[in-house]
Design a binder for this molecule. Sequence first.
Ligand code: NAG
Ligand code: NAG
Length: 124
Amino acid sequence: MAALVKSFIVILLFSLINEGMCQEKCATIDLQIRQEKTGKLVQAKPEFQVRVLNACPCLQGNVTLDCNGFQTVEVENPVTLLRSGNECLLNNGSFLTPFNEVDFVYAWDTEFPFKPLSSNVKCD
Ligand SMILES: *[C@@H]1O[C@H](CO)[C@@H](O)[C@H](O)[C@H]1NC(C)=O
Ligand SMILES: *[C@@H]1O[C@H](CO)[C@@H](O)[C@H](O)[C@H]1NC(C)=O
């Protein structure tokens, strides 16, 4: 019983410390990128829908993804995905709110492995 209480206190302390270290807790890695085929064909290439979830309890702005080698036949909406060189800016640089996602579509022969590059984490 005492051990149980002790471990409860340890967990409580740990979560308090964690709370204070929100900035560290939310890394670029806290973006979850999922994609799937929509079933649509664009110029005979499959269309993919990409969903980027902000998986941390803070705002993340100026989110960029690695776009090195990314190709699409579908015209991109620059507000959702603005490409500059090997980087793609998501959501026009605006904040992604905690646990919400933004999505965009593209069409190519193969699925492109988007990876998060950077973001501005803002915790209040
Ligand atoms: C994005 O970056 C620009 C330029 O560095 C900055 O002015 C802007 O406040 C940033 N926006 C967000 C949402 O972090
Ligand atoms: C995208 O961001 C730029 C610069 O921050 C701003 O001038 C423009 O109005 C934004 N576009 C939209 C559609 O929000």
